[in-house]
Design a protein around this ligand. Structure first.
Ligand SMILES: [Zn+2]
Length: 132
């Protein structure tokens, strides 16, 4: 299980199933984690253990009605990216631009890599319909 680092302690992600974090990746992950709160939203891992959401406290894409609302945003090298996409690619590897990252916990602000999965746009749209 992944854990949030304590203040001042460099985080060592669970190596099992994760790609090795590059120096840049680790920097980004730590930047995101520094602004996340661990909140238990009832999501459980595959063993049925509670798995808290890592809720991004920084800026997000707003509260409008659009499909892209409510996702965390972070500026990296003057480019604005979605926090969950950054987290996903740091932990699970390269994410092709055409693939979406779906929240298995249905919490858009969540950055916990264990709660994210890569899906095609079509799968994601079908998932959203199912959970409306
Ligand atoms: Zn979550």
């Amino acid at each position: 299980m992944t854990k949030k680092p304590k203040d001042g302690v460099q985080w060592q992600p669970d190596p099992v199933g994760y790609v090795a974090l590059s120096e840049r990746g680790l920097k980004m992950v730590n930047r995101i984690l520094a602004k996340c709160d661990l909140v238990n939203r009832g999501y459980t891992d595959t063993d049925g253990n509670p798995s808290p959401c890592w809720e991004w406290l920084g800026g997000n894409s707003g509260n409008g009605d659009g499909a892209g609302r409510g996702y965390g945003r972070i500026k990296i090298d003057s480019q604005v990216s979605a926090t969950h996409r950054v987290m996903f690619s740091c932990f699970h590897g390269y994410l092709p631009p055409k693939r979406d990252v779906d929240h298995k916990c249905h919490n858009r602000i969540c950055c916990n890599p264990d709660h994210l999965e890569s899906v095609t746009r079509l799968q994601n749209m079908n998932n959203q319909k199912r959970h409306k």
